[in-house]
Design a protein around this ligand. Structure first.
Ligand SMILES: *[C@@H]1O[C@H](CO)[C@@H](O)[C@H](O)[C@H]1NC(C)=O
Ligand SMILES: *[C@@H]1O[C@H](CO)[C@@H](O)[C@H](O)[C@H]1NC(C)=O
Ligand SMILES: *[C@@H]1O[C@H](CO)[C@@H](O)[C@H](O)[C@H]1NC(C)=O
Ligand SMILES: *[C@@H]1O[C@H](CO)[C@@H](O)[C@H](O)[C@H]1NC(C)=O
Ligand SMILES: *[C@@H]1O[C@H](CO)[C@@H](O)[C@H](O)[C@H]1NC(C)=O
Ligand SMILES: *[C@@H]1O[C@H](CO)[C@@H](O)[C@H](O)[C@H]1NC(C)=O
Ligand SMILES: *[C@@H]1O[C@H](CO)[C@@H](O)[C@H](O)[C@H]1NC(C)=O
Ligand SMILES: *[C@@H]1O[C@H](CO)[C@@H](O)[C@H](O)[C@H]1NC(C)=O
Ligand SMILES: *[C@@H]1O[C@H](CO)[C@@H](O)[C@H](O)[C@H]1NC(C)=O
Ligand SMILES: *[C@@H]1O[C@H](CO)[C@@H](O)[C@H](O)[C@H]1NC(C)=O
Ligand SMILES: *[C@@H]1O[C@H](CO)[C@@H](O)[C@H](O)[C@H]1NC(C)=O
Ligand SMILES: *[C@@H]1O[C@H](CO)[C@@H](O)[C@H](O)[C@H]1NC(C)=O
Length: 853
């Protein structure tokens, strides 16, 4: 080799070296750090964004020591090129504006802006210029408005998540802002351009106008995961192009709660499908569930709850589904018809078949399922005894709902699980002591008998029980006094049984309790003062027992959350303690049918809820989350109460929140009706009848504009009926009979239609009474005189008797008279009032006898 050659080679090496150095310098060698352009872009991004707690980007700075932006939190650079490839800014509580300089990060492959608060602003369209993006997560970021079509330029995108918000409220609770409006798309023409997309989630994005959504989705040949929950998706229009490319790749389809119809099944071919997860609950799917579903041999999850499916489900539907673990067909109109000895190919973990008819025999195939955690076969038309093998199952059951069937026999389940509901069956015998680990136990409306001592036989010391409903059974004897073990209890309903004895003092340990119902039993004695510990109580119903003693002051002093107090039909005596006025949340007060005397306290205008119109919600809802190992579930419940309304007793649940009512009837209250009652403008029902009230009806009674029912009958109230009463537009039931009212009945609204309302007030006159008013009576503020001549207005005992006979002998005899003699009509109605009074008391006694038998 010659020297010149040597020199030439060296020269070449030098040149090569120089070129390499130059290239490396230009490429931002990792040792040098990120490029200045990228650094400036990130600093611009930082400048536009703030967070409530202070600087969300403390490590991002201009200072020399912060020079390498690859070291900044959330910024990741390629270890080959040194370029910023990943920006992970989730959960920073970011607010403000995203700088357009973001597009300087041209090598960005991964952008996560989820769980921030962009206050309903639009997704910046320049994100569409980040053409190397593979992963884009904009979920829970409170972006709003129209989704920019420029996203269609992201040809490399694999993963797109624009979920607007969660449909699990529990998650949103952690999320400290209100969503500002909505996010939507008018079309998805841009979507097919994302031909590499594998994962798409647009949950809660309003797609109601996107008729061609299925075509758009369908042109994504690599799509595996499709999640469009609550998107207002219209029913798919299946056109000729639609045999479908993406359906081959789809693994996960979640289209929960949209307006889909059964055409959606065309997206899901029966062929070699990869489908693992299918969630179509809460749509408008109808007709039969296609049997082809049984061929999708990879299926693990089927959710079809709350659609309008009908017809028969047979073994064919499941013939090739060995991997299935989740099956939800509840709330459709389906019949399950499996052969008697069917052995399913699967082992389910969750069996959700509520309202699917599978009776009359207890489904035997359940015996083959060895490891389920969830079983719902409520309202399944099963009319059978519970087979003995059912109790032997050693499942890790966390949820079991057998309610609303006609299951007979004893309940022999000693399993440890979280939720057991066997209500509305015909189960009998003693209640098994299965309480140790149960947290919700609803045994109501069965024929369980025996004592309640099972409560104290449990081996564990402290129970997880938070909801216990034994109502409407035949449980008898005294309540055991071991409530100290049940300190998680929030709801306790023992009503409509035959329990007797005193209310146990250890109930005072139930300091978490919201709802306590002991009504319609045979408890006697006083309300134990220990109950004043239960400061969270909102509903207390101990009506229809034999309780006695004073109405406790501590109800008003300690239980300040009380909204509903029902003490009706007991033997409480003495006066109403003024402390009750402290209960500002009070909404329903029923002290009827006791021996209460004294005056109605004037301080009742302190009941602020009653003093307001309107209501927070139509029901009285309680929210609880129960935990059971790895499971947790939201268990809201609505309070229910029995109330007398317009003379009829009924149960109120879904509208209980609307009821604002005071019932002090059938006591011995005296004195005047306090004028303060006219401040309670929210009152819907007021019943002060059958007391010894005197004085006049407060002249501003007309302020009670929400009143639907007003009963002041059978008192000794005198004076005129206030004119203002005619201003109560809503009044649908009025009873003022058997008082000493006088003068002219005011004219207006329906007042003249209440034929029954005014009887037994001899000095009243004017429509609808037959007695016309004299000039004097018509006048205002003048003394009222009895018209001695008006005999029609006076009721004689003889008339009652004759009417009674007439009524018994023949209706037409009486009615004929009434037709002839208008003035008689009134008297006759008086008689009816009298009968009604009699019946009111009688029926009440008979009813209690029947229920307590
Ligand atoms: C680059 O970094 C990633 C993750 O930090 C690592 O898995 C990869 O091996 C690295 N590549 C090179 C060439 O160092
Ligand atoms: C959020 O947007 C609303 C209007 O959409 C505006 O009134 C409000 O000032 C914005 N808040 C912030 C912090 O930008
Ligand atoms: C989709 O891609 C085509 C080119 O294949 C382009 O012309 C069109 O503008 C793109 N559409 C959108 C919305 O990005
Ligand atoms: C969705 O958008 C349609 C019209 O685009 C609108 O009528 C509807 O109210 C929106 N739904 C929701 C829940 O915002
Ligand atoms: C389905 O994919 C094939 C190629 O795999 C393509 O030619 C055809 O246009 C696609 N059909 C639709 C409806 O996207
Ligand atoms: C896609 O769906 C499958 C099946 O349900 C699931 O296992 C997987 O985690 C999903 N992928 C993503 C990224 O969520
Ligand atoms: C489904 O979503 C609609 C609103 O899009 C809502 O009104 C409806 O209550 C939801 N259905 C169920 C069963 O939650
Ligand atoms: C679903 O709705 C679309 C659009 O309204 C209609 O064309 C189609 O016939 C419907 N399919 C079924 C099964 O009702
Ligand atoms: C259930 O299946 C049996 C035979 O498999 C059939 O005879 C019977 O009619 C079916 N019942 C219903 C309700 O479809
Ligand atoms: C038990 O089931 C009945 C009837 O299905 C239902 O009304 C009740 O709310 C359920 N109880 C609980 C605690 O969920
Ligand atoms: C009252 O409740 C507290 C817990 O708030 C409990 O420690 C105390 O023992 C209870 N007292 C009675 C008498 O039940
Ligand atoms: C009524 O309310 C006022 C103010 O809230 C309070 O000071 C007063 O003690 C209350 N009176 C009664 C009798 O509860």
């Amino acid at each position: 080799m010659t020297l010149t050659n040597m020199v030439g080679v060296r020269c070449c090496f030098k040149l090569l070296y120089a070129i390499v150095v130059l290239i490396l310098l230009h490429m931002n060698n990792p040792c040098i750090g990120c490029s200045e352009r990228e650094r400036q872009a990130l600093l611009a991004l930082k400048q536009g964004l703030v967070a409530d707690y202070g600087d969300p980007f403390p490590s991002w700075g201009r200072e020399a020591q912060n020079k390498d932006c690859c070291e900044w939190d959330g910024v990741h650079c390629s270890n080959q090129t040194g370029r910023v490839v990943k920006l992970d800014l989730q959960y920073l509580g970011l607010q403000g504006k995203i700088s357009p300089k973001l597009i300087e990060l041209q090598h960005l492959e991964y952008l996560d802006l989820s769980w921030n608060n962009f206050n309903g602003s639009q997704i910046p369209d320049f994100i569409g210029s980040l053409s190397n993006l593979r992963y884009l997560d904009l979920s829970y970021a409170n972006f709003g408005g129209l989704i920019p079509y420029q996203l269609g330029n992201l040809r490399n995108l694999h993963h797109l998540d624009i979920r607007y918000q969660s449909d699990f409220p529990i998650q949103d609770d952690d999320f400290p802002f209100m969503y500002s409006g909505s996010i939507y798309a008018k079309n998805l023409y841009w979507l097919p351009n994302l031909s590499r997309l594998k994962y798409l989630d647009l949950t809660f994005v309003n797609l109601s106008d996107v008729v061609g959504w299925l075509e758009a989705v369908n042109m994504l040949p690599k799509l595996t995961n499709l999640t469009l929950r609550r998107c207002n998706l219209p029913p798919p229009v299946i056109s000729s192009v639609s045999l479908l490319n993406s359906s081959k790749s789809l693994v996960h389809v979640d289209l929960y709660n949209n307006s889909l119809n059964s055409s959606i099944f065309q997206l899901l071919p029966g062929t070699h499908t990869n489908l693992v997860y299918l969630e179509l609950s809460e749509n408008k799917l109808s007709g039969r569930i296609p049997e082809s579903i049984g061929q999708m041999s990879n299926l693990e999850y089927i959710g079809l709850r709350m659609n309008s499916f009908e017809g028969v489900i047979s073994e064919t539907h499941f013939s090739k589904l060995p991997k299935l673990w989740f099956l939800d067909l509840s709330s459709n109109s389906l019949v399950l018809n499996f052969s008697f000895d069917w052995v399913p190919p699967f082992q389910l973990r969750q069996i959700r078949l509520g309202s699917c008819k599978m009776g009359p025999y207890f489904p035997k195939w359940l015996r083959t399922q060895k490891s389920y955690a969830w079983l719902d076969i409520s309202d399944a038309g099963i009319s059978d005894t519970i087979p003995s093998w059912f109790g032997d199952l050693r499942n890790e059951v966390a949820y079991m709902d057998l309610s609303h069937n006609q299951l007979r026999g004893n309940l022999r389940l000693e399993l440890a699980f979280g939720y057991l509901n066997v209500s509305w069956n015909q189960l009998e015998g003693p209640i098994p002591s299965l309480l140790s680990n149960v947290s919700t136990l609803d045994l109501s409306n069965n024929k369980f008998s025996g004592s309640a001592s099972f409560l104290c036989t449990s081996t564990t010391e402290e129970s997880y029980l938070w909801y216990l409903d034994l109502s409407s059974n035949h449980v008898s004897g005294e309540l055991p006094d071991c409530w100290i073990n049940f300190q998680q209890l929030v709801f306790l309903d023992l009503s409509n049984n035959s329990l007797s004895g005193k209310i146990p003092t250890t109930m005072g340990y139930l300091f978490r309790m919201d709802t306590l119902k002991l009504n319609n039993n045979r408890f006697f004695g006083e309300l134990p003062s220990q109950l004043k510990n239960c400061t969270k109580l909102t509903l207390l119903d101990v009506g229809e027992n034999k309780l006695s003693g004073l109405i406790p002051k501590w109800l008003g002093e300690n239980l300040l959350n009380l909204a509903i107090i029902i003490l009706r039909s007991n033997q409480f005596y003495w006066s109403i303690p003024p402390q009750l006025c402290h209960l500002t949340q009070l909404q329903i007060l029923d002290l009827s049918m006791n021996n209460i005397f004294g005056i109605i306290p004037k301080c009742l205008n302190n009941w602020t809820t009653l003093a307001q119109k309107g209501h927070a919600s139509s029901s009285i809802a309680h929210f609880n989350t129960i935990h059971w190992g790895v499971f947790f579930m939201d268990l809201p419940y609505d309070d229910e109460a029995s109330l007398t309304w317009k003379g009829v007793r009924s149960k109120y649940k879904s509208i209980l929140g609307l009821v604002k009512s005071i019932d002090l009837s059938c006591n011995k209250l005296s004195g005047e009706i306090p004028t303060e009652i006219t401040y309670l403008v929210g009152l819907v029902s007021l019943n002060l009848s059958r007391n010894r009230l005197t004085g006049q009806i407060p002249s501003r009674i007309g302020n009670l504009q929400e009143l639907d029912s007003l009963d002041l009958s059978r008192n000794q109230i005198n004076g005129r009926i206030p004119r203002s009463i005619s201003r109560i537009n809503r009044i649908g039931y009025l009873e003022l009979s058997e008082n000493n009212l006088s003068g002219k009945i005011p004219i207006g609204n329906q007042l003249q239609t209440f034929d029954f309302a005014y009887g037994g007030n001899p000095l009243l006159c004017g429509e609808p009474l037959p007695r016309t008013c004299s000039e004097e009576e018509k006048g205002l503020g003048q003394s009222m005189l009895v018209n001695e001549d008006d005999k029609d207005g006076l009721i004689t005992q003889g008339f009652y008797i004759s009417m009674g006979l007439g009524f018994a002998v023949g209706f037409w005899g009486v009615f004929g008279t009434l037709l002839l003699n208008r003035s008689c009509r009134y008297t006759y109605f008086n008689f009816l009032t009298f009968l009604k009074d009699l019946l009111y008391v009688k029926i009440e006694i008979i009813r209690q006898r029947i229920l307590n038998k």
